[in-house]
Design a protein around this ligand. Structure first.
Ligand SMILES: [Zn+2]
Ligand SMILES: [Zn+2]
Length: 307
């Protein structure tokens, strides 16, 4: 009994194909989570990596019958939905897709946000012309029973747009995604020299941030595989990217280790980061299986893991 996880896109922000990103890959977020024994497949995110996954499914799964799958979107930033119009199964009669994800603005349904990419303004095919049966579910925090013993628990992360982490559990095995997110911070002024400083507010803010970070750690405590946002080094994060909604390697590693995570995949690589740079960062941050309590590795497009 096993869950197979395959990375089809590991980049953040924008696809970045080219000679500098051949090893780790240039496609944006898309993860295949497969349950071979019960013939089920869940997809997390519809970044540009979804196109190749769709081609793979048409060449392999389709031989055994029409495509029937669940797609969970972490959020609707473009790098996480841009692959949807290029997912071949949406054009094939008999395909059944259930698309789940959070929506930030009332009145904008998930169908409008994701399917809205399929309008003549952006794309030659309209949503109404798709052959597949597609159902959309606007998600909030909570647990979903997908049948066959699979549960998916959704939890809000810390990102400028409403964004969900997912914890997928089946027969005692667990995979968790926590991206795009950055650590919760004190939202009140912490500088005693600043005229707006208030000691009570500052310590209350500190407490709330700590509590929220603890809740998130609890969410992925003990999982077999955690896929965590780690776009920056701590130095880069503090110098330039506070509030951008992404984490540092240092934060991802520390939080995974405290939570007793078995394996941590560093994910949502900065598009500016070359293979050589990731290789040298690997020397600093990665821990091989058996060397420490938490195995740590950089997610690579095409890599598969069995848990
Ligand atoms: Zn992103
Ligand atoms: Zn985002």
């Amino acid at each position: 009994m096993s869950i197979k996880v395959k990375f089809w896109g590991v980049r953040g922000s924008i696809p970045c194909p080219g000679p500098k990103t051949m090893k780790y890959g240039g496609n944006t977020a898309c993860i295949e989570i497969r349950f071979p024994e019960i013939n089920r497949l869940i997809i997390i995110d519809a970044g540009s990596g979804l196109r190749e996954l769709g081609n793979f499914m048409m060449a392999n799964d389709f031989k055994n019958g029409p495509i029937n799958t669940d797609i969970f979107l972490t959020h609707t930033h473009w790098d996480h939905i841009m692959g949807f119009p290029f997912f071949t199964p949406i054009y094939v009669p008999g395909s059944t897709l259930r698309v789940y994800g959070p929506v930030s603005f009332e009145g904008d349904t998930l169908e409008k946000v994701v399917g809205g990419q399929l309008t003549y303004r952006y794309f030659p095919v309209r949503q109404a012309e798709l052959a597949a049966q597609i159902e959309y579910f606007d998600l909030k925090e909570g647990e979903i029973d997908l049948g066959d013993g699979i549960t998916v628990t959704a939890k809000y992360l810390n990102h400028p747009l409403l964004c969900l982490g997912y914890r997928i559990a089946w027969r005692g095995k667990t995979v968790c995604t926590a991206y795009d997110t950055e650590p919760f911070r004190n939202v009140f002024c912490t500088d005693p020299e600043d005229p707006s400083y208030d000691e009570g507010m500052a310590s209350e803010g500190e407490l709330v941030a700590q509590e929220q970070n603890n809740v998130l750690e609890q969410f992925f405590s003990g999982v077999d595989l955690l896929v965590h946002d780690s776009q920056y080094t701590q130095e880069e994060y503090l110098a330039k990217f506070l509030g951008w909604g992404h984490s540092s390697f240092e934060h991802a590693v520390a939080t995974a280790e405290r939570a007793g995570v078995k394996a941590l995949a560093l994910f949502h690589h900065d598009p500016m980061r070359s293979d050589d740079q990731i290789d040298s960062l690997s020397k600093k941050y990665c821990v091989r299986a058996g060397e420490g309590d938490t195995e740590i590795f950089f997610a690579r497009e095409g890599a598969e893991r069995e848990i």
